[in-house]
Design a binder for this molecule. Structure first.
Ligand SMILES: Nc1nc2c(ncn2[C@@H]2O[C@H](COP(=O)(O)OP(=O)(O)OP(=O)(O)O)[C@@H](O)[C@H]2O)c(=O)[nH]1
Length: 211
């Protein structure tokens, strides 16, 4: 006899923001399809793109819709609609490009302006940490960590190229959302059973990759 499909999969909306060229699309492609495109195969995001991916965190399955936004101002339209209903926002900078780190403040301002919830989970991601091996790093991990601490966000360094930290980044954001009922209770019909909140253990303040 056919099994009745379970309908208690929680759906979370995540958003990737940050300067153009920091690797948002590459991180998304690495996470959803475990794929890496050569630099000449990559093109700038125009407007917004999104992918859907299911992920298991602490024995519970979550369905993620992950929105990848254009970093270039001229390709950004309807910005407020990107943010609507997002429970997690990942702010990406490039560890080999200091300016993208300094621009995070602008991205925080946009986030404050458009985010619908005070409780939205934020993570700062320092991408392209593989470049350290070739001596190209303009923002130290310590600086990234300190800024994330100041802004009260999660932090991780990643490489979409080598996969380092990519899955951990998304999993950590999902875990934090699951631990914050105000973000999903109304949306999931206010049925706490629809989302199993984490084990009760506090998630670490930040997660670090081995870069
Ligand atoms: N070395 C290295 N290069 C990366 C990494 N991630 C992305 N890149 C390269 O950085 C460039 C920009 O990557 P994208 O993923 O298009 O950046 P984006 O942030 O989505 O850019 P926009 O769509 O314009 O906002 C491409 O040439 C990628 O190959 C990484 O982890 N390491």
């Amino acid at each position: 006899m056919a099994e009745v499909p379970t309908t208690d999969v929680a759906t979370f909306k995540l958003l990737l923001i940050g300067d153009s060229g920091t690797g948002k699309s590459s991180l998304l492609l690495r996470f959803t399809d475990d794929t890496w495109l050569q630099p000449d195969e990559v093109s700038a995001t125009i407007g917004v793109d999104f992918k859907v991916k299911s992920v298991d965190v602490d024995d519970k399955r979550y369905k993620l819709t992950i929105w990848d936004t254009a970093g270039q101002e001229r390709f950004r339209t309807l910005t407020s609609s990107y943010y609507r209903g997002a429970q997690g926002v990942i702010l990406v900078y490039d560890v080999s490009n200091r300016q993208t780190f300094e621009h995070l403040q602008t991205w925080f301002t946009e986030l404050e302006t458009y985010s619908s919830s005070q409780d939205v989970i934020k993570m700062i991601v320092g991408n392209k940490c593989d470049k350290e091996a070739s001596g190209v790093r303009e923002v130290s991990r310590k600086e990234g960590e300190a800024y994330a601490k100041k802004m009260g966000t999660l932090f991780i360094e990643t490489s979409a190229k080598t996969k380092t930290g990519v899955r951990d980044a998304f999993v950590e954001v999902v875990r934090k959302i699951a631990e914050t009922p105000s973000l999903w209770q109304a949306q999931q019909g206010g049925t706490p059973g629809s989302v199993k909140v984490g084990s009760g253990d506090e998630a670490p303040e930040s997660a670090y990759c081995g870069c």
